[in-house]
Ligand binder design. Sequence first.
Ligand code: FES
Length: 102
Amino acid sequence: MPQKHRVASLSEIPTETGLEVTAGGRVIALFKTAEGVRAIDGICAHAGGPVGKGAIDGTVVTCPWHGWQYDVDTGVHCLTPQICQQSFDVEIDGDDVIVELP
Ligand code: FES
């Protein structure tokens, strides 16, 4: 059953990079985009790098370890759509960022 977790304050999420948080035993990468906050699996599908510490440009994050890029709206890898980071629903309640985990 999905569970909601308060994972950060809105003001904690940088605009140039993501924010790495943990919730429900998982690492989650949060990003501020022009359309709102996005949350995807924070462990890179390539070699386990910290996606949440990557630079964000629009909706594209670049993993800091080897440069794989994902669209944070969907979690889909930018060059190889078969590779996809799980994405999670986000709610904003005041300054609280709430992520729904399956
Ligand atoms: S671990 Fe993310 S690109 Fe290699």
